[in-house]
Design a protein around this ligand. Structure first.
Ligand code: RIB
Ligand code: CA
Length: 305
């Protein structure tokens, strides 16, 4: 059965691979792509999302959204993704953006879709929070929310926090409180999806797809992180969950996020051992079949234009 989804993103090198994975998968009907500032500023993330979607063909509308968090100032992750957000890899210019802002587009899709929508958040959660806050009744039309965000252990942007959660913790708190099924892809999960030179070479050999080779070029240009023996492929894990849940295992947990601008900003308190007494409000993915994930990724991206 086709799953109708909206992807909210901040491309972003791993966002690019996630978007191509989703656009390559017939099980998913990508109704819209909405964009926030995150890895780089909104002007660049919007340009990148348009180019990524256009290279895959099709005509998925791409909507501009929030350029900064609900509270606090915007901070990019250019050191990881480069000033252009794609590690210097040039893509042909994409189609113009669709009219309408991200939060309004998400609400319009929820209001008019004949099928419940799955919202996939792979950037700061600002657009999702704005959509939910403006018309809370529309939450009933959400089948599931999948977020690449958070960590039960150390962060990647501060010792306490993962980048998306840290970028807009107030927005994440609003989404976590919406009452709909939420699945979290945390840093501990994505640390199992490590891109290595041999995995890039295996991907590249799958076909002569322009999207596949652009993805390989983007990944090959990424600086290796200090904290892992390879590049964690964060955002595509959120898409892979929708395609092949059998590649994952996890558990339901109570999750809350620290807001404000102190040392703990964006820390996600993930209660894996039911110590808090709080009811579970999210399904946390803990284990990944990494070989199965990379095989899925190669098989799907190879079929793109
Ligand atoms: O911390 C990793 C997450 O932050 C990924 O979604 C990456 O693209 C950035 O948005
Ligand atoms: Ca992202």
């Amino acid at each position: 059965m086709t799953r109708h989804i909206v992807i909210d993103c901040d491309p972003g090198t791993d966002d690019a691979v996630a978007l191509w994975l989703a656009l390559a998968s017939p099980e998913l009907a990508v109704e819209a792509i909405t964009v926030a500032g995150g890895n780089v500023g909104l002007e660049r993330t919007l340009t990148n999302a348009r180019a990524i979607a256009s290279l895959a063909g099709g005509a998925v509308p791409v909507h501009a959204g929030a350029g900064r968090p609900l509270l606090g100032r915007f901070t990019s992750a250019e050191t990881v993704h480069g000033p252009d957000g794609l590690n210097g890899v040039k893509l042909p210019p994409g189609r113009p953006p669709a009219p309408g802002l991200a939060a309004d587009a998400i609400r319009a899709r929820l209001r008019t879709s004949t099928d419940p929508l799955t919202l996939v958040g792979i950037g700061p959660a600002t657009n999702l929070a704005l959509a939910l806050a403006t018309e809370p009744a529309l939450a009933a039309r959400i089948a599931e929310i999948v977020l690449m965000t958070g960590a039960w252990g150390e962060g990647n942007v501060t010792p306490a926090a993962e980048f998306n959660a840290w970028s807009d913790p107030e927005a994440l708190a609003m989404v976590l409180a919406c009452g709909r099924p939420i699945t979290l892809v945390t840093l501990e999960l994505t640390a199992q999806a490590l891109v290595t030179p041999s995995r890039i070479a295996a991907l590249r050999g799958r076909s002569d797809s322009a999207c596949l080779h652009a993805a390989c070029d983007i990944l090959a240009a990424a600086p290796p992180p200090a904290r892992l023996p390879g590049l964690p492929l964060h955002d595509p894990c959120a898409i892979a969950w929708l395609l092949r849940p059998d590649l994952f295992s996890g558990r339901d947990c109570a999750v809350r996020v620290e807001a404000g601008d102190g040392e703990g900003r964006g820390r996600t308190h993930i209660d894996r051992w039911q110590l808090s007494g709080r009811p579970a409000n999210a399904h946390i993915l803990e284990r990944l079949d990494a070989d199965g994930f990379f095989d899925l990724l190669g098989q799907r991206l190879a079929a793109l234009p």
